[in-house]
Each structure stands twice: as C-alpha cells, then as structure tokens.
Design a protein around this ligand. Structure first.
Ligand code: C2E
Ligand code: MG
Ligand code: MG
Ligand code: MG
Length: 288
C-alpha cells in the first residue's frame, strides 16, 4: 500500500535516470518534442484541513509520460529543463492545464477548492510571468483567489527586492502565494515579514522524523508558531502516518498533505476520490 511505501518515492516512477551525458543529451532532445507530443501529465494531491478533515484544495504535480522510459519524476527532468530554458513553456502548459482543470471542477459543482502550482526559479524570474498568468486567468476563467503559486524559500532569496516586487504584483492580481519546502532554505526569519505571503509549507523532511526526533519536533513547532505570528496558513507536507497527523493537529498546524491522505493521481482518479470524500463529508455533516 502507498502509505507503507512512502519512504522511497522513486519507486512509483518507472525510471531512475542516469547522469550519463549522452543520455542527458537524448533526454533533452526528446524533451523538446514532449510538449507538442502531449507527453506531460499533471497529477493532483489534495490538501486537507487539519481539524475538520475537509479537502481545501489540491496541488498540481508534473510528470513526464515518456514513450520509451515510462513515467518520469519531476526531479529527474526539471533541473535539466531549468538549464535549457524549456521549463518556461512547460511551466506555461502546467499553469494553463491546472487552471482549466480547476475551472472544470468548479463547474461540476465542487466547493471552491484552491489549486496550487509550483514555480521554478527560472519561471519566477521570467519577464513574461505576470503577463502569462494574467492571460491564463482571463482565458480560463479561473478565480485568482483560488490559485496558489508555490515558490521555494531559496528562490525567494536569490534577489530579494525583485522577489518582493514580483510577489506584490501577483498579490495585486489576487492570487495567493505559498512558500514551499520551508525550513530548508536558510532564509533569515526577520526578512520573512517583508514578503506578501499567504501560506507556509513545512518541508516534508521535518515531518518524516517527527515522532522520533525531538529536534525536528521543536523545529516544526517553531515554524508553526512563526507562520501563525505572521498571520499565515501553515501546511505540513509529506504527512505519512496518523502519529504525524495527530502531532501536527495538537500543535495547531492548519492543513496537511501527504500519503496518509492520498497519493498524487491523474485528474480522473482525483475527481473520483473527491466525489467520495465530499459524499462522506456531507453524510457526516448533514447540516452543511
Ligand atoms: P514539492 O512541491 O515539495 O511537492 C511535494 C513532493 O512530495 C511531490 O513529489 C509529492 O509527490 C511528494 N509527496 C507527497 N506526499 C508525500 C508523502 O507523504 N511522503 C513523501 N515521501 N513524499 C510525498 P513530486 O511530485 O515527485 O515532485 C517533486 C518536486 O518537483 C516538487 O516538490 C516540486 O518542487 C517539483 N515540481 C513538481 N511539479 C512541478 C511543476 O509543475 N513545476 C515546477 N517548476 N516544479 C514542479
Ligand atoms: Mg509544492
Ligand atoms: Mg514542498
Ligand atoms: Mg519538496
């Protein structure tokens, strides 16, 4: 079962790519064709409210369904796409697909659910980012307030004044901003208040050893407190067990995400699981 396999995420993908330079070259050229060949896929993983268990939204996670190599994990090709710049058009596709999917779920009658999209450094610093996002929001009819952009702590620190400017522009459009993998990027805590953020996502590495490591417990508690003191929503990622979930609930974490709830999955399966969850939720809360 997924929950027991969580330790080694790689085994869910067909391929563990080598770092051989010839293979990289071949991968790069097939990556150039992958967009027009429609080989990219978005998987979705839900985010839940810690207290009520209600699904609050989902995160879109990119995969590459390679014709020969099978399903490739983002960490296996995004760094390369960063280097060769293909991450910009790929990211545009991700963004567009995620927004269209969210609008479709809204039209099917699901409650307003947020859609989180990951941005890479190169995308974030691309001069067309704001224009692209604005156009996509208009073309898809996606509600800006349901869109949450996830940027990592280390990306934010590359050029702080510029980051603040971009984030303020994004906020003006009405989209939400999450800081991903928090705790891994050595950001100065005092600077955090200068960024217009909505959400902090505690990195899964802290959650993993929560039960056994007193150090990870105090770091997690410190991040939750920091987030709360800044008025942010605090999300824990990589939650795999009931013990971790209970601990986070007791310590006032707002939302969580992880194999304990579900695996990232294709849209059709995600939709079925949402139907299931909302039916169950309505059954146990008849007044809603
Ligand atoms: P992330 O944004 O921090 O996403 C969380 C990762 O943890 C995902 O890996 C997810 O499948 C995995 N995960 C979820 N729950 C659990 C759990 O309980 N245990 C464990 N061990 N892992 C869990 P994935 O999908 O392989 O993505 C890896 C990273 O690739 C993402 O980390 C994100 O940084 C990047 N990424 C994914 N999609 C995109 C995209 O569309 N654009 C960009 N630029 N980056 C993306
Ligand atoms: Mg993320
Ligand atoms: Mg993360
Ligand atoms: Mg991560």
């Amino acid at each position: 079962h997924a929950k027991e396999q969580g330790k080694n995420n790689a085994q869910f993908y067909s391929t563990q790519l080598s770092t051989d330079s010839l293979e990289r070259l071949a991968l790069e050229s097939s990556m150039r064709k992958a967009l027009e060949n429609r080989e990219f896929r978005l998987y979705y993983q839900s985010k839940q409210d810690m207290l009520t268990g209600r699904v609050t939204g989902m995160e879109a996670l990119l995969r590459w369904q390679h014709p020969d190599l099978g399903l490739i994990a983002p960490m296996q090709f995004i760094p390369l796409a960063e280097e060769n710049g293909l991450i910009v058009p790929i990211g545009r596709w991700v963004f567009n697909t995620a927004c269209r999917q969210n609008v479709e779920w809204q039209m099917q009658g699901f409650p307003p659910l947020s859609m989180a999209v990951n941005l890479s450094a190169r995308q974030f610093l691309d001069e067309h980012l704001l224009g692209d996002i604005k156009t996509t929001l208009e073309e898809t009819g996606m509600a800006p307030e349901l869109l949450e952009l996830e940027i990592t702590e280390s990306m934010m620190m590359l050029d702080m004044p510029r980051t603040v400017r971009i984030l303020k522009d994004l906020k003006r459009m009405g989209v939400r901003i999450a800081i991903d993998d928090f705790g891994t990027g050595y950001s100065s805590l005092s600077k955090l208040k200068d960024f217009p953020l909505d959400t902090i996502k505690i990195d899964g590495s802290f959650i993993q050893d929560l039960v056994n490591s007193a150090e990870d417990r105090s770091l997690t508690e410190a991040i939750i407190e920091l987030g709360k003191s800044l008025g942010l929503t605090v999300v824990a990622e990589g939650v795999e067990s009931i013990e971790q979930a209970d601990y986070l609930r007791v310590h006032s974490c707002d939302q969580f995400q992880g194999f304990y709830i579900n695996m990232p999955m294709p849209a059709t399966e995600f939709e079925m699981s949402m139907r299931d969850q909302f039916r169950r939720f309505e059954d146990s809360n008849p007044s809603e």
